[in-house]
Design a protein around this ligand. Sequence first.
Ligand code: 5GP
Length: 169
Amino acid sequence: MKKLFIKYDEIHRLTHKIAMDIQKDWQPDVIVAIASGGFIPARILKTYLKKDIYVVGLKRYSDTEEAIHHQPIKIQWIDEVEKKIKDKKILLVDEVDDTRLTLSYCLKELLKHDPKEIRVAILHQKLKPKEAEFPPEIKTIYQGEQIDDVWIKYPWEAVDIDKHNNNLE
Ligand code: 5GP
């Protein structure tokens, strides 16, 4: 599969753009980052939105990039979730919407706790047929950019950042 190397500066610029889009007419109460791809975008969003970050852990892929689980597996969830989610405006952050299985599952789980609203922010939207849909309650998806169905190499996955920056690893 074709690879697309994304550099840290690009991550920051895409995240800044998302923050500006959000701030046009909305403010979340909290940011929920999906581990671990959502960590860095969520942290950058915090610089602009100044909200606390909660973390949820879901897993679908092995480290060898193979799809090993069709359904995401919950490996970490929010402590005292009722208190933290109920009646709150949530910004759910991940790095990429690929098959959509992870986001769709996570949104359904969060919606069980009666948030006021959930919006989604992703750096990359892959233009491809999706294997799941967003729940109907989800009306707004902020996206950094849309891309073809390629394999994205994020800088935080690089073992050698100089090679990564030269599109080499
Ligand atoms: P899903 O297929 O459920 O939308 O994506 C699940 C997870 O797979 C994403 O959160 C991300 O961690 C990983 N993933 C999907 N596509 C890519 C990709 O192109 N590059 C990388 N590095 N991870 C991806």
